[in-house]
Ligand binder design. Structure first.
Ligand code: GAL
Length: 508
Protein backbone atom coordinates (compact mmCIF):
# COMPACT_ATOMS: atom_id res chain seq x y z
CA UNK A 1 0.00 0.00 0.00
CA UNK A 2 2.70 2.46 1.11
CA UNK A 3 4.69 1.59 -2.01
CA UNK A 4 1.70 2.26 -4.23
CA UNK A 5 1.27 5.74 -2.73
CA UNK A 6 4.93 6.52 -3.17
CA UNK A 7 4.70 5.33 -6.77
CA UNK A 8 1.63 7.42 -7.46
CA UNK A 9 3.17 10.52 -5.87
CA UNK A 10 6.39 9.98 -7.88
CA UNK A 11 4.34 9.59 -11.02
CA UNK A 12 2.48 12.82 -10.34
CA UNK A 13 5.69 14.70 -9.55
CA UNK A 14 7.71 13.39 -12.49
CA UNK A 15 4.83 14.11 -14.79
CA UNK A 16 4.56 17.70 -13.69
CA UNK A 17 8.31 18.35 -13.67
CA UNK A 18 8.85 16.84 -17.11
CA UNK A 19 5.91 18.41 -18.78
CA UNK A 20 5.49 21.64 -16.92
CA UNK A 21 8.80 23.17 -15.87
CA UNK A 22 8.32 26.04 -13.42
CA UNK A 23 8.08 29.34 -15.18
CA UNK A 24 10.41 32.07 -14.06
CA UNK A 25 7.71 34.49 -12.97
CA UNK A 26 4.82 32.59 -11.49
CA UNK A 27 1.70 34.37 -10.34
CA UNK A 28 0.64 33.39 -6.82
CA UNK A 29 -2.45 34.07 -4.76
CA UNK A 30 -1.92 36.94 -2.32
CA UNK A 31 -3.06 34.83 0.58
CA UNK A 32 -2.21 31.37 1.89
CA UNK A 33 -4.53 28.84 3.48
CA UNK A 34 -4.46 28.72 7.28
CA UNK A 35 -2.25 26.01 8.80
CA UNK A 36 -5.03 23.73 9.99
CA UNK A 37 -7.28 24.30 6.96
CA UNK A 38 -9.19 21.08 6.19
CA UNK A 39 -8.43 20.08 2.60
CA UNK A 40 -10.36 17.09 1.33
CA UNK A 41 -12.05 15.41 -1.60
CA UNK A 42 -15.61 14.13 -1.79
CA UNK A 43 -17.64 11.30 -3.30
CA UNK A 44 -20.95 9.54 -2.65
CA UNK A 45 -21.80 5.86 -2.33
CA UNK A 46 -24.23 5.46 -5.21
CA UNK A 47 -21.99 7.40 -7.57
CA UNK A 48 -18.88 5.25 -7.17
CA UNK A 49 -19.50 1.99 -5.30
CA UNK A 50 -21.39 -0.22 -7.74
CA UNK A 51 -21.81 -3.68 -6.22
CA UNK A 52 -25.52 -2.96 -6.32
CA UNK A 53 -26.52 -6.47 -5.24
CA UNK A 54 -23.19 -7.63 -3.81
CA UNK A 55 -22.72 -8.82 -0.25
CA UNK A 56 -26.40 -8.73 0.70
CA UNK A 57 -27.06 -5.10 -0.28
CA UNK A 58 -30.72 -4.10 -0.71
CA UNK A 59 -31.99 -1.77 -3.44
CA UNK A 60 -32.08 1.99 -3.30
CA UNK A 61 -34.59 4.00 -5.30
CA UNK A 62 -31.91 4.80 -7.89
CA UNK A 63 -31.26 1.08 -8.50
CA UNK A 64 -34.93 0.25 -8.81
CA UNK A 65 -35.92 3.20 -10.95
CA UNK A 66 -33.00 2.92 -13.37
CA UNK A 67 -33.53 -0.83 -13.82
CA UNK A 68 -37.15 -0.13 -14.74
CA UNK A 69 -36.41 3.00 -16.82
CA UNK A 70 -33.02 2.48 -18.48
CA UNK A 71 -33.49 5.53 -20.69
CA UNK A 72 -33.84 7.90 -17.72
CA UNK A 73 -30.13 8.78 -17.82
CA UNK A 74 -28.41 10.63 -20.67
CA UNK A 75 -26.42 7.55 -21.68
CA UNK A 76 -28.92 4.82 -20.59
CA UNK A 77 -26.53 3.90 -17.79
CA UNK A 78 -27.04 3.01 -14.14
CA UNK A 79 -25.02 2.59 -10.96
CA UNK A 80 -24.69 -1.21 -11.04
CA UNK A 81 -20.89 -1.13 -11.31
CA UNK A 82 -20.07 2.59 -11.37
CA UNK A 83 -16.36 3.03 -10.50
CA UNK A 84 -16.48 -0.32 -8.67
CA UNK A 85 -15.31 1.21 -5.41
CA UNK A 86 -17.03 -1.65 -3.61
CA UNK A 87 -14.07 -3.73 -4.80
CA UNK A 88 -11.50 -1.02 -5.42
CA UNK A 89 -11.72 0.95 -2.20
CA UNK A 90 -8.07 0.36 -1.34
CA UNK A 91 -7.09 2.10 -4.57
CA UNK A 92 -9.41 4.96 -3.69
CA UNK A 93 -7.61 5.41 -0.39
CA UNK A 94 -4.25 5.47 -2.18
CA UNK A 95 -5.59 8.14 -4.52
CA UNK A 96 -6.80 10.32 -1.64
CA UNK A 97 -3.46 9.87 0.10
CA UNK A 98 -1.51 10.77 -3.04
CA UNK A 99 -3.29 14.14 -3.13
CA UNK A 100 -1.90 14.96 0.29
CA UNK A 101 -5.33 15.80 1.72
CA UNK A 102 -6.20 14.71 5.22
CA UNK A 103 -9.98 14.33 4.78
CA UNK A 104 -12.22 12.21 2.59
CA UNK A 105 -15.97 12.86 2.49
CA UNK A 106 -17.93 9.80 1.41
CA UNK A 107 -21.39 8.47 2.07
CA UNK A 108 -22.82 5.24 3.42
CA UNK A 109 -25.31 3.37 1.29
CA UNK A 110 -28.25 2.93 3.70
CA UNK A 111 -29.33 -0.19 1.73
CA UNK A 112 -25.95 -1.83 2.19
CA UNK A 113 -26.27 -1.64 5.97
CA UNK A 114 -30.05 -2.10 6.26
CA UNK A 115 -31.16 -3.91 3.06
CA UNK A 116 -34.83 -3.43 3.94
CA UNK A 117 -34.32 0.13 5.13
CA UNK A 118 -35.51 -0.77 8.62
CA UNK A 119 -33.21 -1.71 11.49
CA UNK A 120 -34.69 -5.13 12.23
CA UNK A 121 -32.09 -6.69 9.94
CA UNK A 122 -28.47 -5.54 9.72
CA UNK A 123 -26.30 -6.76 6.83
CA UNK A 124 -22.96 -7.89 8.29
CA UNK A 125 -21.14 -7.88 4.95
CA UNK A 126 -22.11 -4.27 4.40
CA UNK A 127 -20.89 -3.39 7.88
CA UNK A 128 -17.58 -5.15 7.22
CA UNK A 129 -17.13 -3.25 3.96
CA UNK A 130 -17.41 0.15 5.62
CA UNK A 131 -15.33 -0.85 8.63
CA UNK A 132 -12.55 -2.01 6.30
CA UNK A 133 -12.77 1.21 4.31
CA UNK A 134 -12.69 3.46 7.39
CA UNK A 135 -9.77 1.50 8.86
CA UNK A 136 -7.87 1.75 5.60
CA UNK A 137 -8.39 5.53 5.61
CA UNK A 138 -7.28 5.90 9.22
CA UNK A 139 -4.20 3.79 8.51
CA UNK A 140 -3.32 6.32 5.80
CA UNK A 141 -3.90 9.16 8.29
CA UNK A 142 -7.02 10.33 6.47
CA UNK A 143 -10.08 11.36 8.48
CA UNK A 144 -13.36 10.06 7.05
CA UNK A 145 -16.22 12.57 6.89
CA UNK A 146 -19.27 10.39 6.49
CA UNK A 147 -22.61 11.41 5.00
CA UNK A 148 -25.58 9.38 6.21
CA UNK A 149 -27.94 10.25 3.39
CA UNK A 150 -26.80 11.27 -0.09
CA UNK A 151 -29.96 10.82 -2.26
CA UNK A 152 -30.10 6.97 -2.20
CA UNK A 153 -33.18 6.10 -0.15
CA UNK A 154 -33.86 2.37 0.35
CA UNK A 155 -36.61 1.41 -2.11
CA UNK A 156 -39.10 -0.06 0.41
CA UNK A 157 -39.66 3.45 1.84
CA UNK A 158 -41.13 4.66 -1.43
CA UNK A 159 -44.26 2.64 -0.69
CA UNK A 160 -44.68 5.04 2.22
CA UNK A 161 -44.17 8.11 0.03
CA UNK A 162 -40.48 8.46 0.89
CA UNK A 163 -39.61 11.68 2.69
CA UNK A 164 -43.13 13.14 2.34
CA UNK A 165 -44.08 10.82 5.20
CA UNK A 166 -43.23 11.96 8.76
CA UNK A 167 -42.44 8.36 9.79
CA UNK A 168 -39.21 8.76 7.80
CA UNK A 169 -37.90 10.83 10.70
CA UNK A 170 -38.14 7.75 12.94
CA UNK A 171 -36.62 5.42 10.34
CA UNK A 172 -33.77 7.83 9.69
CA UNK A 173 -33.07 7.96 13.42
CA UNK A 174 -33.09 4.13 13.60
CA UNK A 175 -30.58 3.96 10.75
CA UNK A 176 -28.36 6.63 12.28
CA UNK A 177 -28.37 4.84 15.66
CA UNK A 178 -27.11 1.66 13.97
CA UNK A 179 -24.45 3.56 12.07
CA UNK A 180 -23.19 5.52 15.11
CA UNK A 181 -23.10 2.30 17.14
CA UNK A 182 -21.24 0.30 14.48
CA UNK A 183 -18.81 2.91 13.18
CA UNK A 184 -18.59 5.64 15.83
CA UNK A 185 -15.28 4.31 17.12
CA UNK A 186 -13.75 5.00 13.68
CA UNK A 187 -15.74 7.98 12.41
CA UNK A 188 -15.70 11.31 14.23
CA UNK A 189 -17.15 13.61 11.60
CA UNK A 190 -20.73 12.99 10.51
CA UNK A 191 -22.67 14.74 7.79
CA UNK A 192 -26.38 14.01 8.27
CA UNK A 193 -27.93 14.93 4.91
CA UNK A 194 -26.59 16.07 1.57
CA UNK A 195 -28.42 18.91 -0.19
CA UNK A 196 -32.05 18.64 0.95
CA UNK A 197 -32.95 21.30 -1.57
CA UNK A 198 -31.63 19.47 -4.64
CA UNK A 199 -33.05 16.15 -3.45
CA UNK A 200 -36.55 17.49 -2.74
CA UNK A 201 -36.89 19.99 -5.58
CA UNK A 202 -35.73 17.58 -8.28
CA UNK A 203 -36.93 14.25 -6.86
CA UNK A 204 -40.27 15.23 -5.32
CA UNK A 205 -41.17 18.53 -6.98
CA UNK A 206 -40.28 17.49 -10.54
CA UNK A 207 -39.46 14.47 -12.68
CA UNK A 208 -35.79 15.38 -13.03
CA UNK A 209 -34.48 13.12 -10.26
CA UNK A 210 -35.40 9.78 -8.76
CA UNK A 211 -37.86 9.07 -7.06
CA UNK A 212 -39.65 11.13 -9.76
CA UNK A 213 -42.58 11.95 -7.50
CA UNK A 214 -43.34 15.03 -9.57
CA UNK A 215 -45.76 16.66 -7.14
CA UNK A 216 -44.57 20.26 -7.35
CA UNK A 217 -45.27 22.90 -4.74
CA UNK A 218 -46.40 20.33 -2.18
CA UNK A 219 -44.27 17.15 -2.04
CA UNK A 220 -41.05 19.21 -2.32
CA UNK A 221 -41.94 21.22 0.81
CA UNK A 222 -43.06 18.11 2.72
CA UNK A 223 -39.80 16.40 1.79
CA UNK A 224 -37.79 19.44 2.94
CA UNK A 225 -39.74 19.68 6.19
CA UNK A 226 -39.25 16.06 7.21
CA UNK A 227 -35.63 15.96 6.09
CA UNK A 228 -34.96 18.94 8.35
CA UNK A 229 -36.75 17.22 11.23
CA UNK A 230 -34.82 14.02 10.45
CA UNK A 231 -31.60 16.01 10.57
CA UNK A 232 -32.39 17.56 13.94
CA UNK A 233 -33.53 14.23 15.40
CA UNK A 234 -30.25 12.60 14.39
CA UNK A 235 -28.19 15.57 15.59
CA UNK A 236 -29.73 15.27 19.06
CA UNK A 237 -29.43 11.50 19.05
CA UNK A 238 -25.70 11.87 18.46
CA UNK A 239 -25.32 14.81 20.79
CA UNK A 240 -27.00 13.08 23.72
CA UNK A 241 -26.15 9.43 23.36
CA UNK A 242 -22.97 9.18 21.30
CA UNK A 243 -21.02 12.42 21.45
CA UNK A 244 -20.22 12.11 25.18
CA UNK A 245 -18.06 9.02 24.59
CA UNK A 246 -17.38 9.13 20.82
CA UNK A 247 -16.42 12.82 20.90
CA UNK A 248 -17.23 13.62 17.29
CA UNK A 249 -19.03 16.38 15.39
CA UNK A 250 -22.10 16.34 13.24
CA UNK A 251 -23.49 18.74 10.66
CA UNK A 252 -25.88 19.42 7.78
CA UNK A 253 -24.86 20.17 4.17
CA UNK A 254 -26.94 22.55 2.04
CA UNK A 255 -26.46 23.48 -1.59
CA UNK A 256 -26.55 26.92 -3.13
CA UNK A 257 -25.60 28.59 -6.33
CA UNK A 258 -25.11 32.32 -5.98
CA UNK A 259 -28.08 34.39 -7.15
CA UNK A 260 -26.87 37.60 -8.78
CA UNK A 261 -29.36 40.33 -9.73
CA UNK A 262 -29.43 40.68 -13.52
CA UNK A 263 -29.45 44.44 -13.19
CA UNK A 264 -27.94 45.62 -9.91
CA UNK A 265 -29.70 48.96 -10.27
CA UNK A 266 -33.11 47.40 -10.67
CA UNK A 267 -34.71 46.88 -7.26
CA UNK A 268 -37.02 44.10 -8.50
CA UNK A 269 -34.00 42.12 -9.76
CA UNK A 270 -32.24 42.67 -6.44
CA UNK A 271 -35.32 41.42 -4.59
CA UNK A 272 -35.65 38.46 -6.97
CA UNK A 273 -32.06 37.39 -6.24
CA UNK A 274 -32.64 37.65 -2.49
CA UNK A 275 -35.88 35.62 -2.81
CA UNK A 276 -33.95 32.83 -4.51
CA UNK A 277 -31.24 32.71 -1.84
CA UNK A 278 -33.84 32.76 0.95
CA UNK A 279 -35.97 30.02 -0.59
CA UNK A 280 -33.29 27.73 -1.97
CA UNK A 281 -30.78 28.09 0.89
CA UNK A 282 -32.53 29.99 3.69
CA UNK A 283 -35.38 27.47 3.80
CA UNK A 284 -32.87 24.95 5.19
CA UNK A 285 -30.26 27.20 6.78
CA UNK A 286 -32.55 29.57 8.68
CA UNK A 287 -34.18 26.90 10.88
CA UNK A 288 -30.73 25.57 11.85
CA UNK A 289 -28.30 28.49 11.80
CA UNK A 290 -30.27 31.70 12.45
CA UNK A 291 -30.83 33.22 15.87
CA UNK A 292 -34.62 32.95 15.75
CA UNK A 293 -34.91 29.62 13.93
CA UNK A 294 -37.89 28.50 11.82
CA UNK A 295 -38.30 29.14 8.09
CA UNK A 296 -37.33 32.63 6.90
CA UNK A 297 -40.24 35.03 7.51
CA UNK A 298 -40.27 36.31 3.93
CA UNK A 299 -40.51 32.78 2.55
CA UNK A 300 -43.25 31.83 5.00
CA UNK A 301 -45.27 34.93 4.10
CA UNK A 302 -44.97 34.45 0.35
CA UNK A 303 -45.94 30.75 0.31
CA UNK A 304 -48.79 31.34 2.79
CA UNK A 305 -50.24 34.12 0.64
CA UNK A 306 -49.89 32.25 -2.64
CA UNK A 307 -51.41 29.10 -1.11
CA UNK A 308 -54.53 31.03 -0.02
CA UNK A 309 -54.84 32.78 -3.42
CA UNK A 310 -54.57 29.32 -5.05
CA UNK A 311 -57.53 28.07 -3.00
CA UNK A 312 -55.70 25.93 -0.44
CA UNK A 313 -57.09 25.88 3.12
CA UNK A 314 -53.60 26.13 4.60
CA UNK A 315 -50.09 26.91 3.56
CA UNK A 316 -48.35 24.40 1.32
CA UNK A 317 -45.28 25.02 3.47
CA UNK A 318 -45.71 22.87 6.60
CA UNK A 319 -45.45 24.50 10.02
CA UNK A 320 -42.95 23.58 12.75
CA UNK A 321 -44.14 23.31 16.36
CA UNK A 322 -42.37 25.52 18.93
CA UNK A 323 -40.60 22.42 20.22
CA UNK A 324 -39.36 21.53 16.72
CA UNK A 325 -38.12 25.08 16.16
CA UNK A 326 -36.14 24.83 19.40
CA UNK A 327 -34.65 21.46 18.49
CA UNK A 328 -33.64 22.56 15.01
CA UNK A 329 -31.99 25.77 16.15
CA UNK A 330 -28.24 25.27 16.54
CA UNK A 331 -28.41 21.61 15.47
CA UNK A 332 -25.21 21.62 13.40
CA UNK A 333 -21.57 21.90 14.41
CA UNK A 334 -20.55 23.24 10.99
CA UNK A 335 -22.25 25.01 8.12
CA UNK A 336 -21.77 22.52 5.27
CA UNK A 337 -22.18 24.12 1.85
CA UNK A 338 -21.92 22.70 -1.67
CA UNK A 339 -21.38 25.29 -4.37
CA UNK A 340 -20.82 24.95 -8.10
CA UNK A 341 -22.26 27.87 -10.03
CA UNK A 342 -24.17 31.16 -10.18
CA UNK A 343 -27.09 32.57 -12.16
CA UNK A 344 -28.59 35.95 -13.00
CA UNK A 345 -32.02 36.72 -11.55
CA UNK A 346 -34.84 38.93 -12.71
CA UNK A 347 -38.36 39.18 -11.40
CA UNK A 348 -40.93 37.30 -13.49
CA UNK A 349 -44.38 36.32 -12.20
CA UNK A 350 -44.94 33.46 -14.67
CA UNK A 351 -43.26 31.32 -17.33
CA UNK A 352 -45.10 28.92 -19.60
CA UNK A 353 -43.30 25.83 -18.30
CA UNK A 354 -43.91 26.52 -14.58
CA UNK A 355 -46.57 24.36 -12.96
CA UNK A 356 -48.84 26.09 -10.45
CA UNK A 357 -48.15 25.49 -7.67
CA UNK A 358 -44.41 24.92 -7.79
CA UNK A 359 -41.27 26.27 -6.19
CA UNK A 360 -40.52 28.07 -9.48
CA UNK A 361 -43.87 29.81 -9.36
CA UNK A 362 -43.51 30.55 -5.64
CA UNK A 363 -40.18 32.20 -6.43
CA UNK A 364 -41.36 34.18 -9.44
CA UNK A 365 -37.84 34.57 -10.75
CA UNK A 366 -36.44 34.12 -14.22
CA UNK A 367 -32.95 32.59 -14.08
CA UNK A 368 -30.33 32.76 -16.78
CA UNK A 369 -26.57 32.72 -17.02
CA UNK A 370 -24.31 35.46 -18.22
CA UNK A 371 -23.05 34.56 -21.73
CA UNK A 372 -19.52 35.43 -20.61
CA UNK A 373 -19.56 32.63 -17.98
CA UNK A 374 -18.19 29.49 -19.65
CA UNK A 375 -20.15 26.22 -19.57
CA UNK A 376 -17.97 23.18 -20.26
CA UNK A 377 -20.42 20.27 -19.96
CA UNK A 378 -23.41 20.20 -17.54
CA UNK A 379 -25.80 22.87 -18.83
CA UNK A 380 -26.49 24.10 -15.28
CA UNK A 381 -22.85 24.73 -14.45
CA UNK A 382 -21.64 28.13 -15.64
CA UNK A 383 -18.25 29.13 -14.29
CA UNK A 384 -18.32 32.40 -12.31
CA UNK A 385 -15.71 32.30 -9.52
CA UNK A 386 -16.70 35.65 -7.83
CA UNK A 387 -20.12 34.10 -7.10
CA UNK A 388 -18.39 31.75 -4.63
CA UNK A 389 -17.03 34.62 -2.54
CA UNK A 390 -20.38 36.42 -2.70
CA UNK A 391 -22.21 33.32 -1.52
CA UNK A 392 -19.82 32.81 1.41
CA UNK A 393 -20.31 36.47 2.35
CA UNK A 394 -24.10 36.12 2.09
CA UNK A 395 -23.96 33.15 4.46
CA UNK A 396 -21.75 35.09 6.87
CA UNK A 397 -24.00 38.16 6.75
CA UNK A 398 -27.11 36.08 7.42
CA UNK A 399 -25.84 33.57 9.97
CA UNK A 400 -22.68 35.10 11.47
CA UNK A 401 -19.26 33.60 12.04
CA UNK A 402 -19.87 31.50 15.14
CA UNK A 403 -20.50 28.28 13.22
CA UNK A 404 -17.53 27.51 10.95
CA UNK A 405 -18.26 26.93 7.27
CA UNK A 406 -16.99 23.82 5.50
CA UNK A 407 -17.29 23.75 1.71
CA UNK A 408 -18.27 20.11 1.34
CA UNK A 409 -18.40 20.14 -2.49
CA UNK A 410 -17.09 22.38 -5.27
CA UNK A 411 -16.04 21.43 -8.76
CA UNK A 412 -16.86 21.45 -12.46
CA UNK A 413 -17.74 19.04 -15.24
CA UNK A 414 -16.25 18.48 -18.67
CA UNK A 415 -16.46 15.67 -21.22
CA UNK A 416 -13.37 13.91 -19.94
CA UNK A 417 -9.66 13.50 -20.57
CA UNK A 418 -6.66 13.88 -18.32
CA UNK A 419 -5.42 17.22 -19.67
CA UNK A 420 -8.21 19.07 -17.87
CA UNK A 421 -6.86 22.62 -17.97
CA UNK A 422 -10.35 24.07 -17.51
CA UNK A 423 -10.68 22.22 -14.21
CA UNK A 424 -7.22 23.37 -13.15
CA UNK A 425 -8.31 26.99 -13.65
CA UNK A 426 -11.69 26.36 -12.05
CA UNK A 427 -10.08 25.15 -8.82
CA UNK A 428 -7.44 27.88 -8.88
CA UNK A 429 -9.99 30.63 -9.37
CA UNK A 430 -12.66 29.32 -7.01
CA UNK A 431 -10.07 28.70 -4.29
CA UNK A 432 -8.73 32.21 -4.75
CA UNK A 433 -12.25 33.54 -4.11
CA UNK A 434 -12.41 31.40 -1.00
CA UNK A 435 -9.19 32.99 0.27
CA UNK A 436 -10.63 36.45 -0.40
CA UNK A 437 -13.79 35.47 1.49
CA UNK A 438 -11.66 34.46 4.50
CA UNK A 439 -9.15 37.29 4.53
CA UNK A 440 -11.09 40.23 3.13
CA UNK A 441 -14.70 39.47 4.08
CA UNK A 442 -14.07 37.79 7.44
CA UNK A 443 -15.84 34.52 6.54
CA UNK A 444 -15.08 31.69 8.93
CA UNK A 445 -14.33 29.01 6.34
CA UNK A 446 -12.30 26.14 7.79
CA UNK A 447 -12.45 23.49 5.09
CA UNK A 448 -12.80 22.73 1.40
CA UNK A 449 -13.64 19.44 -0.35
CA UNK A 450 -13.16 19.14 -4.09
CA UNK A 451 -15.90 17.35 -6.01
CA UNK A 452 -14.93 14.80 -6.95
CA UNK A 453 -12.17 12.34 -6.14
CA UNK A 454 -12.85 10.54 -9.43
CA UNK A 455 -15.19 10.41 -12.42
CA UNK A 456 -18.47 8.89 -11.30
CA UNK A 457 -22.14 8.26 -11.99
CA UNK A 458 -23.55 11.77 -12.25
CA UNK A 459 -27.24 11.05 -11.61
CA UNK A 460 -29.35 12.11 -14.59
CA UNK A 461 -26.22 12.67 -16.71
CA UNK A 462 -25.00 9.11 -16.13
CA UNK A 463 -21.31 8.90 -17.10
CA UNK A 464 -21.60 11.48 -19.88
CA UNK A 465 -20.05 14.29 -17.85
CA UNK A 466 -16.94 14.05 -15.67
CA UNK A 467 -16.13 15.76 -12.39
CA UNK A 468 -13.12 13.74 -11.22
CA UNK A 469 -9.60 14.68 -10.21
CA UNK A 470 -8.89 11.11 -11.31
CA UNK A 471 -10.03 9.76 -14.65
CA UNK A 472 -11.87 6.43 -14.49
CA UNK A 473 -11.90 4.20 -17.54
CA UNK A 474 -15.50 2.98 -17.50
CA UNK A 475 -14.79 0.74 -20.50
CA UNK A 476 -12.19 -1.32 -18.69
CA UNK A 477 -13.34 -4.08 -16.34
CA UNK A 478 -10.70 -2.82 -13.86
CA UNK A 479 -12.21 0.66 -13.93
CA UNK A 480 -8.60 1.86 -13.97
CA UNK A 481 -7.93 5.23 -12.43
CA UNK A 482 -5.45 7.84 -13.73
CA UNK A 483 -4.61 11.21 -12.18
CA UNK A 484 -5.62 14.24 -14.26
CA UNK A 485 -3.72 17.53 -14.36
CA UNK A 486 -6.24 18.88 -11.87
CA UNK A 487 -5.10 16.23 -9.37
CA UNK A 488 -1.48 17.35 -9.78
CA UNK A 489 -2.47 20.98 -9.38
CA UNK A 490 -4.71 20.34 -6.38
CA UNK A 491 -1.95 18.37 -4.69
CA UNK A 492 0.40 21.33 -5.15
CA UNK A 493 -2.13 23.74 -3.60
CA UNK A 494 -2.56 21.41 -0.63
CA UNK A 495 1.22 21.03 -0.28
CA UNK A 496 2.11 24.71 -0.52
CA UNK A 497 -1.16 26.08 0.99
CA UNK A 498 -1.08 28.59 -1.81
CA UNK A 499 -2.29 28.90 -5.39
CA UNK A 500 0.31 29.14 -8.13
CA UNK A 501 -1.70 30.18 -11.18
CA UNK A 502 1.20 29.26 -13.46
CA UNK A 503 1.98 25.85 -12.00
CA UNK A 504 0.24 24.04 -14.85
CA UNK A 505 -0.18 26.36 -17.77
CA UNK A 506 -2.06 25.43 -20.88
CA UNK A 507 0.52 25.16 -23.69
CA UNK A 508 0.28 28.12 -26.06
C1 GAL B 1 -24.25 17.76 -6.18
C2 GAL B 1 -24.35 16.37 -5.58
C3 GAL B 1 -23.26 15.43 -6.01
C4 GAL B 1 -22.80 15.63 -7.43
C5 GAL B 1 -22.63 17.09 -7.77
C6 GAL B 1 -22.24 17.39 -9.20
O1 GAL B 1 -25.50 18.34 -6.23
O2 GAL B 1 -24.32 16.44 -4.18
O3 GAL B 1 -23.71 14.13 -5.74
O4 GAL B 1 -23.57 14.93 -8.31
O5 GAL B 1 -23.80 17.79 -7.49
O6 GAL B 1 -23.26 17.14 -10.09
Amino acid sequence: MRNSVIMLVCLLTTFSVLHFPQLAASRYSNYTFPDNFMFGVASAAFQIEGGWNAGGRGESVWDTYLHEHPDFTADNSNGDIAADSYNKYKQDVIMVESLGVKYYRLSISWSRILPRGTDNYVNKEGVNYYRSLFKELLKANITPVVTLFHFDLPTPFMDLGGWTNPVMVDYFEDYARIVFTLFGDLVKLWNTINEPHVYCLHGYGSDYFVPVLNFPGIADYLCSHYLLLGHSRVYHLYDKHFRPHQKGKIFLTCEAFYAEPKDKNNITDVEAAERVLQLRLGLYAHPVFSENGDYPETVRKRINELSIIQGYKRSRLPVFTQEEIKLLKGSSDFFGINHYTSALMSSCPMQENWPVPSIDHDLGVFMETDPSWPIYASDWLAVYPPGFRKLLSWITKNYGTKIPIIVTENGMSDYGGINDYNRVSYFNEYLEQLLLAIYEDGCNVIGYFAWSLMDDFEWRDGYSVKFGLFHVDFDSPERSRTPKLSAINFREIVRTKRINFDYLKRPE
